[in-house]
Design a protein around this ligand. Structure first.
Ligand SMILES: C[S@@+](CC[C@H](N)C(=O)[O-])C[C@H]1O[C@@H](n2cnc3c(N)ncnc32)[C@H](O)[C@@H]1O
Length: 280
């Protein structure tokens, strides 16, 4: 088995395991990531008959919102994990969205013909794809000439306390292996120009990057810790073999740190993402 196959197998299993957390915390996660979806939609300039491909759709965003913007168009939601796409279908059904389909596939091996789509989105998926250059060539291949690709990635941990607070607390109790710079991890694509260089190598033009602010809002510090420890890939993996007393010490540390972000009866923790757009 190639190492890329192993990465895909681990990712498939990881996201199958995280899917319940993503469904449970859907409204909190979607409120946090909403501004990034809005930025992607603005940068893609969606027409009402858009044929759109959403990569690593997970529970369906931004693909389902794009389907709403394109009532005469069609959206294909794709992901490696069928459990995540099942949630996307439930979310679509709850919202009465019908102009979409789901397809289980890996981003670097797309089962679509050349020049099929007007646009492609990848919200917080790039960092988990084993061969990002091959995947970007696939995105370019399935775009029609003049079509646009827009993706988002997290920029460095220091600018994303919504995740780094939890990871620092875990690291105070657990020895964490440094992330493999070429392996899947949340900040793998963080460097300015990293994704732009992939777009450029795939032959895209008019490439631009912009930053988008997000805020994670929870009712209490305790709720913050509960949701982070149930859906953030880095945190869930790090906590896998942690015993209950250690978990309780980590929770206490996190809750004390997060209290500094309490404003007007809620917790508001900031973060920053980068959106990258290019045209075929
Ligand atoms: C952080 S979630 C993003 C979900 C959604 N786009 C959003 O922004 O809410 C990352 C998704 O990438 C998917 N994924 C991981 N590796 C993948 C691959 N090689 N090809 C396609 N999807 C992949 C996971 O299954 C997961 O659903």
């Amino acid at each position: 088995m190639s190492s890329d196959d192993e990465v895909r197998d681990v990712q498939r299993a990881t996201w199958a395991g995280l899917s319940a957390g993503w469904e449970k915390w859907d409204s909190v996660i979607m409120d946090q990531l909403g501004p990034v979806g809005t930025a992607i939609i603005d940068l893609l300039d969606i027409a009402d008959d858009q044929q759109h491909l959403d990569i690593a759709s997970g529970t369906g965003e931004p693909g389902l919102t794009i389907a709403r913007h394109a009532p005469r168009g069609h959206v294909v939601l794709t992901d490696l994990a069928p459990e995540m796409l099942d949630i996307a279908t439930r979310r679509a059904n709850a919202r009465g969205i019908t102009n979409f389909e789901t397809q289980v596939c890996s981003a670097d091996d797309l089962p679509f013909g050349d020049a099929t789509f007007d646009s492609v989105s990848v919200r917080f998926g790039y960092m988990f794809i084993p061969d990002v250059a091959k995947a970007t060539a696939e995105f370019a291949r399935v775009l029609k000439p003049g079509g646009r690709l827009c993706s988002s990635v997290w920029i460095k941990p220091e600018e994303n306390p919504w995740t780094s607070i939890a990871m620092e607390a875990i690291a105070s109790e657990v020895v964490l292996a440094p992330p493999d710079p070429e392996g899947p991890n949340m900040y793998r694509c963080a460097a300015l120009g990293y994704v732009s260089a992939l777009y450029d190598a795939a032959g895209l033009r008019d490439i631009a990057e912009c930053e988008v602010d997000v805020v994670l809002v929870t009712r209490t510090p305790e709720q913050y810790w509960e949701m982070i420890s149930e859906h953030v890939s880095l945190a869930v993996a790090a906590l896998e073999h942690v015993d209950e007393p250690t978990r309780e010490r980590i929770a206490k540390y996190v809750i004390a740190r997060v209290s500094a972000y309490e404003v007007g009866g809620e917790v508001r923790i900031p973060g920053v993402a980068r959106c990258i757009v290019g045209t075929k």
